[in-house]
Write a protein that binds this ligand. Structure first.
Ligand code: NAD
Length: 266
C-alpha cells in the first residue's frame, strides 16, 4: 500500500531525534506520500531536526516552544504562507514535567509551579494548537496527540504526568465534539513505553519498560514502527469515523490486571 496520504499535508510537533515517537509517525506518513512540516524546541534540537526533516523531503522546519504563544502563532503564520489552501493533520507529541518530580510519591513530589507548567505544556498546548489548526484545516482533517496509560492507572513515578495525560485525554473528547461538525477528527494514541528523551526522564524507566515487555500479551513493547503505523491510521481516511478515542498501542499491556503467575512464582 502506498500513496494513502498523497495530496495530504500536515504539521508534526515533537521530534527531538530519530528515537522520538513523532519521528516514527512522520516516517509512516511520508512513506504514504504525505507532505510534512516540522517544529522543534530550541536551536540545539533544531540542528538535529533540520537534517532529519530533509531526509523526508521537508524544508519547512520551524522553531516552537509551546510555553511561548507567540512562537505557536508564528508557526501557523508560516503555514499560512507555505500552505495557503490549508492542511489536513497535526501530530502533537509534546510532553514535559520537571524530572525531579517524576520520582517518589506524587503526594510529596509535586509543586504548584510544576503542576501548572506540566499541564500547560503537556495538555493545554494541544488545545491551543487545535484552536489555531482548526481554522486552517480542510474537511476530513485529523488531530492526534500522544498519551500514556498512566492517565487512568497508577504507574510508579509517572506522578503529575499521569494527571496531565488524564486531562489531555478528556480534552481530546471535548475537542472531538467541538470540531466534529466541521469534519475534523481528534484522537489520542496511548503508546506503550518507548526509549526516548522524555521517557528517560521518568525514574526507573528501564524497570517499567522491562516489566511491560515481560507482561504485555505480546511479550514486547511497541516499536516506533508499530506506533507510526497506528498514527498513520488515525491520521488517514482509514479511520474516517473514529474520533474522541484513546487508542492503545501498547502490545495489550492495558488489559492486564496483574503480573504473570509464572513470573511471580519464579
Ligand atoms: P521525545 O523527548 O522524543 O519528545 C518529546 C518532545 O516534546 C520533544 O521534541 C520536546 O522538544 C518536546 N517539548 C517538550 N517541551 C516542549 C515545549 N515547551 N515546547 C515545544 N516542544 C516541547 O519523547 P517522546 O517519548 O517521543 O514523547 C512524545 C510524546 O509521547 C509525549 O507527549 C510523551 O508524553 C508521549 N509518550 C511517550 C511514551 C514513552 O514511553 N516515551 C509513552 C507514551 C506517550
Amino acid at each position: 500500500m502506498t500513496g494513502l496520504m498523497a495530496g495530504r499535508r500536515g504539521l508534526v510537533m515533537g521530534v527531538a531525534n530519530d528515537h522520538s515517537i513523532a519521528w516514527g509517525i512522520a516516517r509512516a506518513l511520508r512513506a504514504q506520500g504525505a507532505e510534512l512540516a516540522f517544529t522543534y524546541q530550541g536551536e540545539a534540537l533544531g540542528r538535529r531536526v533540520g537534517p532529519l526533516a530533509q531526509t523526508l523531503g521537508s524544508s519547512l522546519v520551524l522553531p516552537c516552544d509551546v510555553e511561548d504563544l507567540a512562537s505557536v502563532d508564528a508557526v501557523f503564520a508560516a503555514l499560512d504562507e507555505a500552505w495557503p489552501e490549508g492542511f489536513d493533520f497535526v501530530v502533537h507529541a509534546i510532553g514535559f514535567s520537571d524530572k525531579a518530580q517524576l520520582k517518589g510519591r506524587y503526594v510529596d513530589a509535586t509543586t504548584r509551579e510544576n503542576f501548572s507548567r506540566t499541564m500547560v505544556i503537556s495538555c493545554f498546548s494541544f488545545t491551543e494548537v487545535a484552536q489555531r489548526a482548526a481554522k486552517r484545516m480542510r474537511p476530513g482533517g485529523s488531530l492526534l496527540t500522544l498519551t500514556y496509560g498512566g492517565s487512568t492507572r497508577v504507574m510508579p513515578n509517572y506522578n503529575v504526568m499521569g494527571l496531565a495525560k488524564a486531562a489531555l485525554e478528556a480534552s481530546v473528547r471535548y475537542l472531538a465534539a467541538d470540531l466534529g461538525p466541521q469534519g475534523i477528527r481528534v484522537n489520542a494514541l496511548s503508546a506503550g513505553p518507548v526509549r526516548t528523551l522524555a521517557g528517560a526522564g521518568i525514574a526507573d524507566a528501564r524497570l517499567m519498560f522491562n516489566h511491560q515487555a515481560a507482561h504485555a500479551p505480546l511479550r514486547r513493547t511497541a516499536t516506533l514502527e508499530d506506533i507510526g503505523g497506528s498514527g498513520l491510521y488515525l491520521l488517514s481516511p482509514l479511520s474516517g469515523s473514529v474520533t474522541g478515542e484513546t487508542h492503545f498501542v501498547d502490545s495489550g499491556y492495558n488489559i492486564i490486571s496483574m503480573p504473570r503467575p509464572d513470573v511471580l512464582k519464579a
